[in-house]
Design a protein. Structure first.
Ligand code: ZN
Length: 247
């Protein structure tokens, strides 16, 4: 068995939360009494094909030890405030795991998470405004497994606005575009493959709104975990090659 190979059929989801905003903004605990990581973990916890655990930045090695990652198929990453406090060696460790086939789901303000920036190779910057306006996420790839069961769109009554331009590479697959009441639009569901790993950026989830309690948002998260859990298959051979035909 190779390092990190799944030992059973169930998808091993690791929810990772910076766990800083909960202390800065106690109103978050009205929606998420167990923290954002607790709310996200409960999204996956009752699924017959998943096992979930949670880790936070205040743990040793940010809760992202080699041993933890050996037992992880997908990381669900939420962060907002202290991106620079994840040491580069931990960023490198997670990035290498993604390139080797671990899934990564990047949520909301984690567009600035260094592991996402370094996998994308761009600033991942964007426009924003937080006045609690409504958001409509339009499904633009209705056959994609991440939007199974979602219908045409998701309505959120109150969210932070993120607006284009979003400084990311063009997604391999775009599954959602958001429209905000104030007029902006945003690529809010973006799929990538990097190395053998699948990455999904999903925009909603500002900490002061109960977005992760929305049934459709929860369904997208579960669908995304299933999509991201499988490493991209196929042998890859690199380096010097003998010719197939006589030269
Ligand atoms: Zn936010």
């Amino acid at each position: 068995m190779t390092k990190g190979e799944r030992t059973m059929d169930r998808i091993r989801v690791l929810v990772w939360n910076e766990n800083v905003e909960e202390r800065r903004k106690p109103e978050i605990l009205k929606h998420y009494p167990d923290g954002i990581h607790g709310a996200l973990a409960s999204v996956f916890g009752d699924e017959h094909d998943m096992v979930v655990s949670a880790a936070t930045m205040d743990q040793a090695e940010c809760g992202l030890t080699e041993e933890v990652l050996d037992q992880t198929d997908v990381v669900v990453w939420w962060s907002h405030h202290r991106f620079e406090d994840v040491p580069q060696d931990i960023v490198d460790r997670v990035k290498e795991r993604v390139l080797a086939g671990m899934g990564l789901i990047v949520l909301h303000s984690a567009h600035f998470a260094r592991v996402f920036q370094q996998l994308m190779g761009t600033s991942c910057n964007l426009k924003w405004r937080n006045v609690g306006e409504s958001e409509r996420l339009w499904v633009v790839s209705p056959s994609h497994p991440i939007v199974k069961g979602i219908g045409d769109y998701i309505d959120l009554p109150h969210e932070e606005m993120y607006g284009e331009p979003f400084d990311i590479p063009a997604p391999d697959e775009l599954v959602f575009i958001s429209w905000f009441k104030g007029g902006e639009v945003f690529r809010s569901g973006c799929c990538y493959v990097r190395g053998k790993g699948r990455i999904f950026y999903f925009r909603p989830g500002h900490e002061t709104y109960p977005t992760y309690l929305n049934a459709k948002i929860q369904q997208v998260l579960r669908n995304a975990a299933r999509w991201a859990a499988s490493a991209v298959s196929g042998e890859r051979r690199f380096g010097q090659q003998d010719p197939l035909e006589p030269l």
